[in-house]
Design a protein around this ligand. Structure first.
Ligand code: UDP
Ligand code: MG
Length: 158
């Protein structure tokens, strides 16, 4: 059976960018073999923040979450790979760094669930939605597709 690569949206949140952890966190994803097909640093606008976290609107932590994600630059990425949505969530660890497995990004680099250093989409639907909030289609490097086809043809590469 042929395997199909997925895409997911990842953000290095302001607390981690400010502490100089951008390269360290990107390395976790690259070391796993995921391809970075989109990458940018930006300040999240109020509109982007509201769209991104619309599922949490009205929750006690919502206002603080919106302030946090807009408080400094984020590094937004689209990653592509096999089972990348689930795999990124595993590399990130549980929402609360105190509950996250040692070795995950949140356990290793964060202390509080309110400032947990990284975001990753939780489903294929969320991934598509979140990618479209932060990236235009032409900003994604789709020439990676050629590499994907090559690797898929030559099963011994994977
Ligand atoms: N969050 C928070 N307090 C909570 C739960 C969540 O501040 O009690 C923040 C935290 O930054 C988290 C984000 O809201 O990453 C989104 O929450 P979600 O439950 O979707 O967690 P995630 O998918 O990021 O693990
Ligand atoms: Mg979530």
């Amino acid at each position: 059976m042929a395997h199909t690569e997925e895409r997911t949206f990842v953000a290095i949140k302001p607390d981690a960018v400010i502490r100089g952890l951008t390269s360290t966190i990107i390395k976790r994803f690259e070391d796993k073999g995921y391809k970075i097909i989109g990458l940018k640093m930006l300040m999240v606008s109020p509109e982007q923040a509201a769209k991104h976290y619309e599922e949490h609107y009205g929750k006690p932590f919502y206002d603080r979450l919106i302030r946090y994600i807009s408080s400094g630059p984020i590094v937004a990425m689209v990653l592509q790979g096999y089972n990348v949505i689930k795999g990124v969530r595993q590399l990130m660890g549980a929402t609360d760094p105190a509950e996250a497995q040692v070795g995950t990004i949140r356990a290793d680099f964060a202390q509080l669930k309110e400032y947990n250093s990284v975001h990753g989409s939780d489903s294929a639907e969320s991934a598509e939605r979140e990618i479209s909030i932060y990236f235009n289609p032409e900003e994604l490097c789709t020439e990676w597709k050629n590499m994907t086809e090559l690797v898929t043809e030559k099963e011994d590469f994977i």
